[in-house]
Design a protein around this ligand. Structure first.
Ligand SMILES: [Zn+2]
Length: 237
């Protein structure tokens, strides 16, 4: 498999390309384009969350924990009802991912198991699509695709490395399996992975309409609230 630095470098370069393409080619705003580029960079590190040991996995889980609440900001505002509730949810989400999620994942998953697969890539994209609330579906789609592209770059790199390594060490890949696979050797992870993928796909069809409208209303209310606070402040001065 390719090393941590290789993955970060390749997905970051890809991210610059994705960001540039999103803005200059597809007409997304500069902010959206930069965000999509960063997500591509992060996506390229995600598959190695399943490696049980070492500094990279700690770093990736810390990064995921920090980015997830930011990415879900608008959704947290809807769930938390106001900015206080959203902040509490953000802190909770960070702690759960940082301290709970990563260690459970490390124990349950096998390195280069189903975390290194095409369905896992789709799941990462779908989670981003669902987590990132925006009134414009195109923007949600851009964010989901960006993560997925980064993820794909990781799988491709691992695949290339495995082939190279096979020339030197024939048995290297015997247990790890291919990175760009549709199915793993075990039933359990396959069922879990595909179950999650189909649930999220269903969620996307539901999410397409309702929650976005809720978010738009919520956002308008937040702006109104902020304006009121501003007015009160000017009056007090
Ligand atoms: Zn990997």
């Amino acid at each position: 498999m390719a090393g941590y630095n290789t993955h970060v470098t390749v997905s970051s370069i890809l991210g610059i390309g994705v960001g540039a393409g999103a803005h200059f080619g597809l007409g997304f705003t500069p902010v959206q384009a930069v965000l999509s580029g960063i997500l591509t960079g992060i996506g390229g590190m995600l598959p190695d969350l399943d490696s049980q040991s070492g500094k990279p996995v700690r770093e990736i889980s810390a990064l995921t924990a920090a980015v997830a609440p930011l990415l879900m900001m608008r959704r947290l505002l809807v769930w938390g009802k106001d900015s206080d509730g959203a902040f509490l949810l953000a802190v909770l989400l960070y702690s759960v991912i940082r301290y709970g999620g990563a260690s459970i994942l490390g124990k349950l998953s096998v390195h280069r198991g189903m975390f290194h697969s095409i369905p896992a890539m789709i799941i990462a994209g779908e989670l981003t699509f669902l987590g990132y609330i925006h009134t414009d579906l195109k923007v949600k789609f851009l964010m989901g695709v960006s993560i997925a592209l980064g993820f794909l770059s990781h799988l491709v790199l691992d695949e290339i490395w495995a082939v190279q390594w096979d020339g030197l060490k024939v048995r290297f890949n015997k247990f790890s399996g291919s990175a760009m696979k549709m199915f793993g050797p075990k039933w359990g992870p396959n069922i879990f992975c595909y179950g999650l993928m189909f649930t999220l796909t269903w969620g996307i069809f539901v999410d397409g309409g309702i929650n976005n409208k809720q978010a738009a209303v919520q956002e308008k209310n937040m702006v109104k609230e902020a304006k009121k606070i501003e007015q009160t402040e000017t009056r007090l001065r």
